[in-house]
Design a binder for this molecule. Sequence first.
Ligand SMILES: NC(=O)c1ccc[n+]([C@@H]2O[C@H](COP(=O)([O-])OP(=O)(O)OC[C@H]3O[C@@H](n4cnc5c(N)ncnc54)[C@H](OP(=O)(O)O)[C@@H]3O)[C@@H](O)[C@H]2O)c1
Length: 197
Amino acid sequence: MTRYGFIGTGSMGEMLISQFTRTGCIAPAAISASSKSGTSALAVAKKTGITAKNENRSVAANSDVLFLCVKPLEVQGVIREIRSDLKPDILLISIAACVSLEDLAAWTGSNARCVRIIPSVTALQNSGVSLVVWGRNVHPSDKILVLDLFNRIGTAVETDEESLEVCTNLTSCGPALIAAMMSEFGSAVVRSGTIRP
Ligand SMILES: NC(=O)c1ccc[n+]([C@@H]2O[C@H](COP(=O)([O-])OP(=O)(O)OC[C@H]3O[C@@H](n4cnc5c(N)ncnc54)[C@H](OP(=O)(O)O)[C@@H]3O)[C@@H](O)[C@H]2O)c1
């Protein structure tokens, strides 16, 4: 059984775990997760049936596929902490904005197969786009696994790092902007007294 780890169970980590388990892509028993305080990991475990661990190192050591779901400035520190625990054939998936594949490769200091993914909160509704950028060493089977996971909770779109920022503006910020505008239109109607909430 492929074992999955999640380091970071904030908005995005929780969303991915919830969606992967809810859609049946990954069995809860195959997932372990950790967070800085431990509190959010425990809450996600209670909600989804995954295993919460107290230590990032324990999650890393038990994972064949490891998702890094921490803020960009935390990524290097977390990799430094877990580097010696990573399995030699680990598939490392970072969802952090602004952390390049070159950085990930340098910080892991190995031939770890790395992938960058920029998911969108719209995956919570099984829709929207997850952007995928492959690292140099990924295997064809890694691509099948990753595309299958993210196509189950939306649409996975392969791109390159040069295009990632502009694509992110379209797929993540775009839906948020439209949602904010729609919300404001609704509030304006309520303010006008035409309709009550
Ligand atoms: N939000 C979005 O729409 C979005 C979209 C695409 C990509 N991203 C990327 O997703 C990543 C996470 O964003 P988010 O919005 O989910 O952030 P968030 O809600 O602040 O969650 C961050 C998580 O990281 C954990 N954490 C921090 N330092 C840690 C450490 N040293 N060891 C283990 N866990 C640690 C936190 O633990 P605690 O729970 O204990 O505090 C928390 O669970 C970011 O890199 C961001 O660029 C976000």
